[in-house]
Design a protein around this ligand. Structure first.
Ligand code: ACO
Length: 427
């Protein structure tokens, strides 16, 4: 129990309760502030506002610590699989052998999408961004599983259904974009090997996913699996707080992820590096341009709202990218350029003073590229990875009796009251 804080406002003193988390994180609990004082708090972009308590992920941006349900991501990346980590996030503990086998069985059972949904893909132009398709398809799942509209029931079947189908929808949207026949899931394969098969196999040709790539994909997805109250997860929670079903809530989260300041940064990083390579612009020159606020350009894949030290996910991904490229004997000049850019930025006082380091998106695209995944699918890969986190947060919120509909307030800065003027009398 921490002491209450005291607030003195317009000459009156108020007690503000202090909430303390299990890692000693502290918050002022201000839900009664307006009814007691007539004031609200104002925090554009929620820079300093906690929207909930949560027992899913612990993140210390100063120390570069990230743990899912208490377990460091370094340990999960080394020892776990994406399916096991998904179970951990959603159910709060590592599964026993039986629980994991049952969960994998459910994922297999739900891996197909309704044949009618395949026709939806035909309605999109070949140039459609796969994130647009992904979000619409996920929302459409609620039409096929109307029991999902009862948000307090059927979670244990809806969660694996969505986890499994998102992977199938993602692979089908890629096949649609290249005009290849869609490859159905094969249930004897692991989650990641099955995804690679749906993406890259073609009928009449044998296909076996490379073991190193399957391992790298597992690690990539594990590292993306949750990141507490980020933009897309907060969107899932906000939409779900109106008791919208899980598919609708996740569909909204996918759209929030798409933006280049969030998950869309992985695509933007590669496009930025390719532009620099093609134009022959030096890293120094580019760094000078992003420091100029009028240029409106940024060093994509750098900076983070909560990490003020090296993003622990980026550290693992940088090593993984080196490993996979060297194992495959590939020399990607974009990796050399990315490393040079990182070095140039980290020795520049602008980046040092602002604690701007590479984030998860700086190296992930190079790894996806090495796996043969096309650039416009990078953010889709992020969505597949982030899905267990979104589901876990949606469930945590639904199970919490304290949950209220998300409804921020505002400070109005528009016109004060004035009369309607007839159109003939307007100047
Ligand atoms: N390049 C150049 N300058 C930057 C960058 C960058 N990538 N990131 C932040 N800055 C500067 C800002 O201009 C600001 O400068 P100022 O103090 O002189 O005004 C300062 O650093 C602080 O940055 P903010 O924008 O206030 O930080 P915020 O927490 O609002 O934004 C964000 C974080 C959106 C990630 C930002 O760093 C950014 O746009 N990065 C590039 C996009 C990106 O990589 N996004 C992926 C994030 S990770 C993820 O979502 C998975």
């Amino acid at each position: 129990m921490a002491d209450n804080a005291k607030l003195i406002l317009e000459g009156k003193e108020y007690e503000i309760p202090v909430v303390v988390g299990s890692e000693n994180e502290k918050a002022l609990e201000i839900s009664k502030l307006r009814s007691q004082t007539g004031h609200i708090t104002l925090d554009s972009g929620f820079v300093n506002t906690g929207s909930t308590t949560s027992a899913i992920t612990y993140l210390d941006g100063e120390q570069g610590i990230l743990r899912y349900r208490g377990i460091p991501i370094e340990q999960l990346a080394k020892n776990s699989s994406f399916v096991e980590t998904s179970y951990l996030l959603i159910y709060g503990h590592l599964p026993t052998k039986d629980q994991l086998a049952n969960f994998s069985h459910l994922l297999n059972m739900h891996s197909m999408i309704h044949e009618d949904m395949k026709h939806f893909f035909d309605g999109y132009p070949a140039t459609a961004h796969p994130m647009a398709i992904l979000s619409s398809m996920v929302c459409s799942l609620s039409a096929y599983y109307p029991e999902s509209l009862n948000v307090f029931e059927s979670f244990d079947s809806q969660a694996p259904r969505l986890l499994s189908k998102l992977r199938t929808i993602a692979a089908f949207s890629y096949k649609k974009s290249v005009g290849h026949p869609m490859m159905y899931p094969q249930n004897h394969l692991s989650y990641c090997a099955n995804f690679l098969q749906m993406m890259f196999a073609v009928p009449a040709e044998p296909f076996e996913a490379d073991e190193d790539i399957v391992k790298a994909l597992n690690i990539l997805l594990i590292l993306h699996a949750d990141h507490e109250q980020n933009c897309s997860t907060s969107t899932v929670r906000l939409v779900g707080s109106s008791q919208a079903n899980m598919y609708a809530s996740v569909s909204a989260g996918i759209l929030a992820l798409w933006g280049p300041l969030h998950g869309g940064a992985n695509q933007a990083v590669i496009e930025m590096l390719e532009d620099l390579q093609n134009s022959g612009t030096s890293c120094k020159k580019f760094i000078s341009s992003v420091k100029d606020k009028d240029s409106k350009s940024k060093l994509m894949g750098f900076g983070h709202r909560v990490y003020k030290s090296y993003d622990p996910r980026a550290k693992i991904l940088k090593e993984m990218t080196d490993l996979i490229l060297s194992k495959r004997g590939v020399n990607d000049p974009l990796l050399d350029l990315a490393k040079e850019m990182e070095e140039t930025a980290l020795s520049d006082s602008y980046f040092v003073e602002r604690n701007l380091y590479p984030n998860v998106d700086f190296y992930s695209g190079l790894l996806y590229k090495a796996m043969g995944i096309p650039v416009n699918m990078f953010t889709v890969m992020f969505a597949i990875g982030r899905l267990p986190g979104w589901i876990a947060h949606w469930k945590e919120m639904m199970d919490d009796p304290q949950t209220k509909i998300g409804r921020p307030r505002q400070i109005y800065t528009g016109e004060t009251a004035r009369d309607y003027v007839h159109i003939d009398q307007r100047k």
